[in-house]
Design a protein around this ligand. Sequence first.
Ligand code: SF4
Ligand code: SF4
Length: 184
Amino acid sequence: MFENYEQFLEELEMKLKNYFEFHSDYICCKEGCSKCCEVGDYPFSFLEMNYLMHGFMKLDKKTQNIIREKIQKLKQKDTGKHFFYECPFLINNRCSVYKYRGIICRTFGLAYFISKKSDKGEPYVKLPECVKQGLNYSKVYKNGEVQVEPIKENLDTPNIINSDLAKKYNLDFGDIQSMLYWFD
Ligand code: SF4
Ligand code: SF4
């Protein structure tokens, strides 16, 4: 059912592994560090969401219920306006569906060029939020910028799902929206 998508993810992971290695001097991601899953809106395409829920169905009932409750609580807070929230799949600082996580979850922590231009007309570098918390790139972070060559690929989800790699696997990702809105 997800064979093509899983092959795509395998290739994507190889590419991202190289990027993480390229910047390994500035990266301090480790198991149990979860700040990147605590404040976000987690854009997920329909395909990614289906895969995530495929992973959810493999969890024990107790964990599923905890996640359901978290989703319900978040939905109560939702006023229809864009807001940031802790991912409901985060349990005890760990992703409960790690193998099935979304594309954005795999790129968390990297600094990369995006097509938007800065005020000076230069390519804009997207930085991980945790740079301000003394984590990734913090040792090369000064005046809102990192003093290293960023990765020269836009790793935002819309860009990845329209990439040649995604085309190679003939994937139909469907619409993208904040994770929470898939639970209507
Ligand atoms: S799905 Fe997992 S990795 Fe992605 S934001 Fe949620 S907890 Fe974090
Ligand atoms: S991206 Fe930042 S918050 Fe997330 S695991 Fe890496 S260091 Fe921790």
